[in-house]
Design a protein around this ligand. Structure first.
Ligand SMILES: Cc1ncc(C[n+]2csc(CCOP(=O)(O)OP(=O)(O)O)c2C)c(N)n1
Ligand SMILES: [Mg+2]
Length: 320
């Protein structure tokens, strides 16, 4: 458990963590300065995204939610095209029509980002049914939050996937918050995983701030879904260290709780482990950070230079 023996290069995981943080920070800066629309960031949750996505196969399909930047970047999406999308530009992945909350990248298998809380849960069984009926080997990875797990669609989705033997890997990022409501005030159980057993679905829980543990746990869960063609549930415990969206003064957040989670920053945890294992020297760390910063600076410039779609393009790919 938690070794570096996996095929995915540990430094590559670390670089992805840095890339996601730098991307989100660019959005925070840009929205503070009025250059980029504010949105929901995944700061603090990077290890959950990177560990889980890297455990999936190229033929797996991904459905995700409003906090999807980490999932997209870890899957290989281009930060310039993502930022262009957030800024409503023509070079965005959806030609500027999705904003930050609905980016899909079909060529990477990310078939849905939705901000309808639980929307990904209601669609996942259908996508998995299509995979099955078409005889495709891929499984469906469905990312959702603890808030979505408190909605009816979570329970309907699990029930149907269990009943119809659908290859869905349910991946909950339990970040302790449901917009401005703490999980404690909205959930009858301590863990989302507790609900999986009720549907006869195998469950796992993992420290979502430890990228290596997440990678391992997701691999095990994904293999189980792949082998059995039945659903499984993985809950990653993590924390949303910024607000629900930008800007948000987090006045409603317990300072001690936030401080405790900031002390468990997923990037610092990964960095410390790599240093302790002799895999990361300070000079190499600085080099990686500089490379990531330069990539994000290029992405911001690319997005800002991209034109807005022409009026006649606005109704392309829009169904009524
Ligand atoms: C159906 C629906 N209800 C309410 C909202 C408003 N809303 C947006 S995000 C959010 C919280 C979702 O919490 P969670 O699923 O835990 O995801 P997180 O934001 O923590 O990543 C809410 C209530 C919405 N977008 N859709
Ligand atoms: Mg949440």
């Amino acid at each position: 458990m938690n070794t570096f023996s996996n095929a995915v290069e540990p430094l590559r995981l670390y670089e992805q963590l840095l890339l996601i943080r730098a991307y989100e920070n660019a959005i925070v800066r840009g929205s503070t300065e009025g250059r980029i629309p504010g949105t929901c960031t995944s700061v603090g949750q990077e290890a959950a995204a990177v560990g889980a996505i890297n455990a999936l196969s190229a033929d797996d399909l991904i459905l995700t939610n409003h906090r999807s930047a980490g999932h997209l970047l870890a899957r290989g999406a281009d930060p310039g095209r993502m930022l262009a999308e957030v800024m409503g530009r023509r070079d965005g992945y959806c030609m500027g029509k999705s904003g930050s909350l609905h980016i899909s990248v079909k060529e990477l298998g990310v078939v849905l980002t939705t901000t309808i809380v639980g929307g990904e849960l209601s669609l996942a069984p259908g996508v998995a049914l299509a995979q099955t009926m078409q005889g495709r080997p891929g499984i469906v990875a469905c990312f959702f939050g603890d808030g979505a797990a408190c909605e009816g669609s979570f329970h309907e989705s699990l029930n149907l996937a269990a009943l119809w033997n659908l290859p869905v890997l349910y991946i909950c990022e339990n970040n302790q918050w449901q917009a401005f409501v703490h999980r404690r005030e909205a959930m009858s159980r301590e863990r989302v995983a507790d609900w999986g057993a009720g549907y006869g679905i195998p469950v796992r829980t993992v420290d979502g701030n430890d990228v290596f543990a997440v990678l391992e746990a997701t691999r095990e869960a994904a293999s189980q879904v792949r082998d059995t063609r039945r659903p499984a549930l993985l809950e990653m415990t993590t924390y949303r260290t910024r607000g629900h969206f930008e800007p948000d003064d987090q006045g409603y957040v317990d300072k001690a709780e936030l401080a405790a989670w900031l002390a468990r920053d997923p990037i610092a945890i990964c960095r410390d482990r790599l240093i302790a294992a002799g895999r990361l020297a300070p000079a190499a760390d600085a080099e990686l950070a500089a490379r990531v910063d330069s990539r994000i600076a290029t992405a911001v410039a690319f997005a800002a230079a991209s034109p807005f779609p022409a009026v006649e393009e606005l109704t392309l790919d829009v169904y009524a």
